[in-house]
Design a protein around this ligand. Structure first.
Ligand SMILES: Cc1ncc(COP(=O)(O)O)c(C=O)c1O
Length: 387
């Protein structure tokens, strides 16, 4: 049997990883500023994480959600404490799309309504309701198309008010910081208006922190830069540091009933210990503070550089936007300097490193990046306006 060919692949086979580094099958060592797509939070193969998962596997790896699992309770308590949402409830699932799918379903059950608002350039995953609210027509199959999805311009308060005047809205869904859409940070007023208008209309406010959460922005959640508290928060990616796990944080006012949501694998023993290990290490190694500090350092240094690009982001979620295609820059970084980076569209390089990235490791990237821009004759290009 062949693999279903949906991914364009680099010709690299990672076989080993540690901290911010990955080794391929040829013995090459790469600095990982991509984090396997914003997934690696506490660093690759952290010894404590490996130990907890290995020990758990020796005892019990899985049983169903029909029995007691104290690890789920421990995870919920630790997540509540570190995130500042200790009065919220946790539903565990397996991926980001699944977390959003459950959040959407939950908001529809709770309000009895069908229509949802999301925003241009957003990405919320590829399951049915989540993909309908994802602003990329190429990934919406005919079966996913629905008039229940209203996609508005990002940061546009007037469009938001108009949509509420014309529709009965179940919930508004927004990313803490838009990731795939190009590291777009919501305006303060916009987030406050979403909170105000949803409350006034009996609708719910859902924030997707799947990419921007778990310390990546320099706070546990990116929306904690604002003075807003959503009704529902979705998490995945960094939550398991590579172990597939997702979660929905649910305000205390939202009531559950048996059978309302469910999953076979969600909250299994291995996913719970992986997620507990992540929270323990985030705390013990001060990784959220590190993300803020090293992120500031990287952004300050990048802003001093010449090369016709602008810099935006928070913590270790950074976008470098060019007027030209970034493919040659990324390829040189990867092939000559052995540095993984991400992209957003054709013209942005996205940095999403493990949150344990150090200043010396950042310098390795900064020096390589400067050399690549010099080699590609980009230093004379005027910088775009900084945002
Ligand atoms: C903001 C956001 N939401 C949802 C998802 C979907 O997550 P998953 O790929 O785990 O389904 C992603 C994935 O990139 C994401 O960045």
């Amino acid at each position: 049997m062949k693999l279903f060919d949906v991914y364009p692949l680099f010709d690299i086979t990672p076989v080993k990883a540690s901290g911010c580094y990955v080794w391929d099958s040829m013995g090459n060592k790469y600095l990982d500023l991509y984090g396997g797509h914003a997934v690696i939070s506490i660093g690759h193969s952290h010894p404590y994480y490996v130990e907890l998962i290995s020990d758990q596997l020796q005892q019990i790896g899985f049983y169903s959600n029909s029995v007691q699992n104290p690890l789920q309770i421990e995870l919920a308590e630790k997540l509540g404490e570190i995130s500042g949402y200790d009065d919220y409830q946790l539903f565990l699932c397996n991926s980001g799309a699944e977390a959003n799918e459950n959040a959407i379903k939950l908001a529809s059950f709770t309000t009895g309504r069908k229509k949802f608002i999301s925003f241009s350039k957003s990405f919320h995953g590829r399951t049915s309701a989540a993909v309908a609210l994802t602003d990329n027509p190429k990934i919406v199959a005919p079966v996913n198309q629905t008039s229940n999805a209203i996609i508005l311009p990002f940061n546009d308060i007037e469009a938001l008010k108009e949509a509420f005047e014309q529709n009965e809205i179940a919930a508004v869904l927004v990313e803490g910081i838009q990731g795939i859409g190009g590291i777009n940070i919501p305006d303060y007023n916009f987030m406050e208006e979403i909170r105000r208008i949803t409350k006034e209309n009996g609708s719910l406010f859902i924030i997707d922190e799947i990419q921007s959460g778990y310390g990546r922005s320099g706070k546990f959640f990116a929306h904690q830069y604002f003075n807003v508290k959503p009704d529902i928060i979705t998490v995945a990616k960094g939550m398991g540091n590579g172990f597939p796990v997702g979660g929905v944080l649910i305000a205390p006012e939202i009531k559950s009933w048996h059978g309302m949501l469910g999953t076979t694998f969600g909250g299994n023993h291995l996913a719970c210990v992986a997620s507990i290990a992540v929270l323990d290490v985030l705390k013990s190694d001060d990784l959220i503070e590190n993300s803020a500090e090293v992120g500031d350092y990287l952004m300050d240094e990048l802003k001093k550089m010449k090369g016709g690009f602008s810099v935006r982001g928070k913590g270790l979620m950074i976008g470098l936007e060019f007027d030209v295609h970034v493919k040659p820059i990324r390829e040189k970084l990867l092939n000559e300097f052995k540095i993984f980076t991400g992209v957003s569209g054709a013209k942005m390089i996205r940095l999403l490193p493990p949150l344990c990235l150090s200043v010396p490791e950042s310098d390795i990237f900064l020096n390589a990046f400067q050399k690549v821009l010099t080699d590609l004759n980009m230093l004379l290009i005027d910088r775009k306006n900084q945002t």
